[in-house]
Design a protein around this ligand. Structure first.
Ligand SMILES: CC(C)(COP(=O)(O)OP(=O)(O)OC[C@H]1O[C@@H](n2cnc3c(N)ncnc32)[C@H](O)[C@@H]1OP(=O)(O)O)[C@@H](O)C(=O)NCCC(=O)NCCS
Length: 194
């Protein structure tokens, strides 16, 4: 009898054969993180991206902003069921009318395919707009400035943060109408899945 051994990788509770791309379902929801599992998964994703991958922080990237911020998550859906948090961003009001977005992160194998980063930025700014934002800013890693420019953001000032080049950017709120129903899951099909 012949035996075939397959190396398996485990990523955030999902097992898939080593060397093969994991199954990527084409439907996602973008929503405020309301359940405990969503909040736990969003912290794990942030750790993978900002600590393990980018080495911006060692061990944990949580800070005081997390005490007041609203995390937003991109969740993939399999057969109509929420499956996994694959993207996140957080929003927080720092003074009346002034909001910041931060910790935008997409799971590596979901980047540049599904529009999730753009979708999270849209959800973040439209949600803050509905909550009274008159200005929405973010300290953007310099390499991502072109990504934000395409989404109607303008660069205000270059600065170094966490030992890396960043640029303070501002969203054009006219491009982000207030999203009043902030509890709803905005489900969308991948724009590039066929
Ligand atoms: C930056 C990031 C959030 C983008 O999310 P994403 O889901 O891959 O982006 P989208 O699918 O919405 O958009 C992809 C488009 O933006 C472009 N894009 C992505 N990153 C870019 C960058 N740094 N500069 C210019 N364009 C960029 C892609 O080429 C693609 O263009 P296309 O639509 O013409 O094909 C994601 O790459 C990420 O999580 N990176 C690691 C963490 C990080 O850097 N966070 C941002 C901190 S400021």
């Amino acid at each position: 009898m012949r035996r075939v051994f397959v190396a398996l990788r485990v990523r955030d509770g999902v097992i898939f054969p080593h060397g093969l791309a994991p199954f990527v379902p084409p439907q996602f929801g973008i929503k405020l993180a309301s359940d405990g599992w969503e909040r736990d998964a969003h912290f794990r994703l942030r750790r993978r991206v900002f600590c393990d991958e980018q080495r911006l922080f060692s061990g944990d990237d949580r800070d005081d902003v997390d005490d007041v911020a609203s995390p937003i998550v991109a969740v993939d859906y399999v057969m109509g069921m929420a499956h996994r948090v694959v993207g996140t961003v957080r929003i927080a009001e720092t003074s009346p009318g002034l909001w910041y977005g931060s910790r935008l992160a997409i799971e590596a194998e979901y980047r540049n395919v599904y529009g999730l980063g753009s979708g999270l930025v849209f959800r973040a700014v439209t949600t803050a707009h509905a909550r009274g934002a008159r200005t929405f800013l973010a300290n953007v890693q310099r390499a991502n400035v072109p990504f934000f420019r395409r989404l109607a953001w303008e660069a205000l000032e270059d600065r170094d943060l966490f030992g890396r080049p960043h640029t303070l950017m501002r969203a054009d709120l006219a491009a982000y109408p207030p999203a009043l129903d902030d509890a709803a899951v905005a489900l969308f099909d991948s724009r590039r899945a066929s």
